[in-house]
Design a protein around this ligand. Structure first.
Ligand code: IMP
Length: 413
């Protein structure tokens, strides 16, 4: 059985907690896209784990974890994450030989281009994601499998740097010292080589087992379907996960869409239900809404049902997980965006252009005391009504409700 967990908003929905929660039922957990721009915080046994590249399934001692072909891998980050887990990863982590590599110059280009964009900056995580994917699409990228032959890889990179010397100069980026680069490549080869395999082949051989595809970033950051250009550079939706790991589409059995009970966004770009005043600040404080990867304060606002519905259509979700319900405890009223108004006209769908779009809200009375609740019957009635409304509007069953950061603070229906 193949299950996909996908974010329905602008990321940071709490996918890591859902993956961790259900990973025990899965034999293999796969990351298919994105890179160390992602950040999952998972709390297990009171201990907090921040993961960026390694799939959250690593916290399940029996699961095999795969970093598949669609991921862009920054080897120093991967090595430092692996060190947290010591020897326990032996035979439990594999990296696709087809996954592209992020090198230091991608990070330097990302930062330099953001600076040049000025007020048009995307607000990237500065991890080199866009430039690495750009090289992949331009067919000049380098892949993890190429670490097997360092002299050949170095020669290829030397040519790449020669071809791009003018561009590097324009951006004020120095060309790498090839001697130092060679040392790094050999170090990465030594640390990673035995884990680099043909992961598509591995997955085909294991299609009869339980496979969990762990999404990174989220639907509204998808390069094709998100709020372009304020998006990431990969296909974050369920179909992108399949391209990103080589599993044929007909094997996908279930898609769990994950949304917060409200909305957040890091980086720039439109956000119709954003609350910039006291309510936004309260959401940020109660929800500890600061980026796992960059520490940036997240922009906060109310749940936008039309945005979530758009995500459900794109991903074909058959189940929903509503996260961080407890963060809404203590609000006198809770609002939900149910549509938009633009130039006096009502829109009943998530539009191409969000410029000048005003949300239409439905307001619900607030509640106290959902924090830590593990049974539906114990939820405050107003919280139940809020969730019933969401389920009714979206016409997809809410299977999981998260009421706190711990694995246990979850209602499973
Ligand atoms: P990039 O992926 O670093 O190029 O950043 C592009 C946009 O995606 C920026 O708005 C980032 O803040 C956002 N982004 C990238 N990764 C994540 C994530 O894991 N969670 C939330 N936002 C993200």
């Amino acid at each position: 059985m193949v299950t996909q967990v996908v974010g329905l908003q602008w990321g940071d929905e709490g996918k890591g907690k859902i993956v961790d929660l259900i990973a025990r039922k899965y034999d293999i957990v796969v990351r298919s896209q994105g890179g160390h721009n992602a950040g999952h915080t998972v709390v297990v046994g009171g201990k907090k784990y921040s993961l960026h590249l390694i799939p959250s399934g690593v916290l399940n001692p029996d699961a095999v974890n795969i970093i598949a072909n669609g991921v862009v891998v920054y080897p120093p980050q991967l090595i430092s994450e692996m060190e947290k887990f010591g020897d326990t990863l032996k035979g439990k982590l594999f990296i696709s030989n087809r996954a592209h590599m992020i090198l230091d110059h991608h990070i330097a280009i990302d930062k330099a281009r953001e600076k040049l964009r000025g007020k048009r900056a995307i607000g990237t995580t500065g991890r080199g994601i866009g430039p690495a994917y750009a090289d992949k699409i331009a067919r000049v990228g380098v892949r993890m499998g190429e670490l097997k032959n360092v002299p050949k890889l170095l020669e290829k990179l030397e040519h790449y740097y020669q071809m791009n010397a003018g561009y590097f100069k324009f951006l004020g980026i120095s060309l790498p010292n090839l001697r130092e680069l060679e040392d790094k490549l050999y170090h990465w080869k030594q640390k990673l080589e035995e884990m680099i395999i043909d992961t598509s082949h591995y997955l085909w051989e294991n299609l009869d087992r339980n496979i969990l595809l762990e999404g990174a970033q989220a639907t509204l950051l998808d390069i094709d379907h998100g709020t372009y250009p304020y998006v990431t550079s990969s296909n974050t939706i369920a179909s992108g996960a399949l391209t990103g790991c080589g599993i044929p589409p007909r094997y996908l059995d279930s898609v769990i869409g994950v949304a917060k009970a409200y909305t957040t966004r890091v980086g720039n770009g439109p956000f119709p239900t954003e609350e910039v005043g006291v309510w936004g600040d309260k959401l940020r404080e109660q929800g500890h809404e600061f980026g796992t990867t960059t520490g940036r304060p997240r922009r906060c606002g109310w749940l936008d049902l039309k945005a979530v519905e758009y995500g459900i259509h794109l991903n074909g979700c058959d189940q929903l997980a509503i996260m961080k319900l407890d963060v809404l405890d203590g609000f006198p009223q809770v609002k939900v965006g149910i549509g938009y108004r633009k130039n006096g006209e009502e829109l009943n769908y998530f539009p191409f252009d969000l410029e000048g779009v005003e949300p239409i809200y439905q307001t619900f009375p607030g509640w106290e005391g959902s924090s830590g609740v593990t049974r539906w019957e114990e939820l405050p009635r107003n919280a139940q009504k809020y969730l019933e409304f969401i389920e009714d509007q979206l016409e997809v069953k809410i299977s999981y409700i998260s009421t706190g950061p711990q694995r246990e603070a979850t209602i499973i229906r």
